[in-house]
Design a protein around this ligand. Structure first.
Ligand code: GDP
Ligand code: IMO
Ligand code: MG
Length: 424
């Protein structure tokens, strides 16, 4: 790996522990680039017992390398400024190492308002979005009416922002939602934040290509996970971007030869936030026990995460689509007290055994997990950093996953801290 670029992707429904893995690995890279998504992400990094949650800033921000926000990201200037200020207040001002793509899309104050209106209109069928305006911003991008990073340098930005908001107010009105005042405090706050981040705007894709020419190395940071991918996830209960390796190529501005090693982050069990089918979801009492033990509450919204057993049908789907060569298996320590651990190896659909993810939601909702149950280890592995010191049953659990996926677990998480990791 030492010669290659690295991509870190989530292989489930997000919150696999990507932030920790990226923080552990970022030290030897010249730059870390966020490729897609926006402030819907919540990536947690714990260093020396101190917790930092990153939403738009790359999880390599606590290292000396550059931090890039790529073309595929949707950026809310207010959220970005808040994040920069919070880090600066803690003594780790990231502004000098941060670059913002001139091609990224800007989340305006109308986008969260639209997000809320669309979710309300969906009623029981709502996606359960983070309400950060992500879907409406990506909709503007593909409709070719979005504002971009480069527009932060346009003297006409205030007028263009207000025109965009007025256009969206027509939609808000149709949905019976309150319009956004084009001259209100939220818009003024947005414009002030836009002025703050304007000096960070750069052609990040060209910068990356120059770095590649000089033999530098880059770590590409995925947000969300493959099961939330707009094309390959559990549509429509997904986010609005390409969360796999395709999103890295377009979102960072790397070409396919520059992707490097694709590492997939897999939590030792499964969680999901928001609506949509979840075949291995646990009954409420067992889910609650796992949630409490794993601290499974959203890093962005604080919502309780739904919890279930590891679903290797979903993970294999992600491994194959993304060309994953190695996994980072996280939160293994959370399974310490489980007497036995079921792992879903296939689904049963209408009496047939299947090992792929059905596109039709009603099929996925009916699919019954077929489990293989492994013995638990009933011992604490918290903080173990040497694989040979793991209990035999714990090693057997890891080996089972490796065998089923056909790839090694090169990193294993035994706690939230940077050093609570087995590197294999
Ligand atoms: P991300 O969105 O994929 O970066 O994941 P989140 O940060 O939203 O959620 C993962 C949570 O698990 C965070 O609170 C991490 O600090 C924590 N975490 C990550 N890896 C481990 C691990 O191996 N063990 C334990 N106990 N916690 C972990
Ligand atoms: P990280 O990067 C978990 C989910 C939301 C919702 C759906 C759509 O921390 O893993 P959106 O606001 O994107 O339109 O919401 O996607 N979602 C995430 N779930 N982790 C995330 O990010 C997520 N980002 C979005 O809960 O179900
Ligand atoms: Mg998260």
């Amino acid at each position: 790996m030492s010669e290659r670029n690295l991509v870190v992707l989530g292989l489930q429904w997000g919150d696999e522990g990507k932030g920790k893995v990226i923080d552990c690995l970022a030290g030897t890279f010249d730059a870390v680039v966020r490729c897609q998504g926006g402030a819907n992400a919540g990536h947690t990094v714990v260093v020396g017992g101190h917790k930092t949650v990153l939403h738009l800033l790359p999880s390599g921000v606590l290292h000396p390398g550059k931090c890039l926000i790529g073309a595929g990201v949707v950026v809310d200037p207010v959220a970005l400024v808040a994040e920069i200020d919070e880090l600066a207040a803690g003594g780790a001002d990231p502004s000098t190492k941060l670059m913002l793509s001139d091609r990224c899309q800007l989340v305006t104050p109308a986008h969260p308002a639209l997000d809320r209106a669309f979710e309300r209109a969906k009623g029981k069928g709502k996606v359960g979005t983070t309400l950060r305006g992500i879907g409406p911003c990506y909709a503007d991008k593909v409709a070719r009416i979005g504002l971009r990073g480069a527009d932060l340098l346009d003297p006409e930005l205030p007028a263009r922002l207000r025109a965009s908001i007025r256009a969206h107010n027509r939609t808000l009105d149709q949905y019976g939602a309150k319009p956004v005042d084009p001259h209100g405090a939220a818009v003024e706050r947005w414009l002030a934040a836009a002025r703050r981040i304007a000096p960070l705007v750069a052609d990040t894709a060209a910068w990356i290509q120059d770095l590649m020419d000089k033999g530098g190395r880059i770590l590409s940071e995925g947000a969300q996970g493959t099961m939330l991918d707009i094309d390959h996830g559990t549509y429509p209960y997904v986010t609005s971007s390409s969360t796999g390796v395709g999103g890295v190529i377009t979102g960072a501005g790397l070409n396919h030869r520059q992707v490097g090693l694709v590492a997939g982050v897999v939590k030792a069990y499964t969680t999901r936030v928001g609506g949509g089918p979840f075949p291995t979801e646990l009954d409420p009492a067992r889910a609650e026990a796992l949630r409490q033990r794993g601290g499974e509450f959203g890093a962005t919204t604080g919502r309780p995460r739904r919890c279930g057993w590891l679903d290797l049908v979903a993970v294999r789907h992600a491994v194959r689509l993304n060309g994953v060569e190695a996994i980072a298996l996280t939160k293994l320590d959370i399974l310490d007290p489980e007497p036995e651990i079921p792992v879903c190896v296939a689904y049963e659909l209408d009496g047939k055994r299947i090992d792929t993810v059905p596109a039709q939601l009603s099929d996925l909702a009916r699919a019954k997990p077929i489990y293989e149950t492994l013995p638990g280890w009933n011992a604490s592995i918290r903080g173990v950093s040497d694989r040979s010191r793991l209990p035999a049953a714990c090693e057997a659990y890891i080996a089972f996953i490796e065998r089923r996926l056909g790839i090694p677990a090169r990193w294993i998480g035994t706690g939230p801290g940077r050093e609570e990791t087995i590197v294999g």
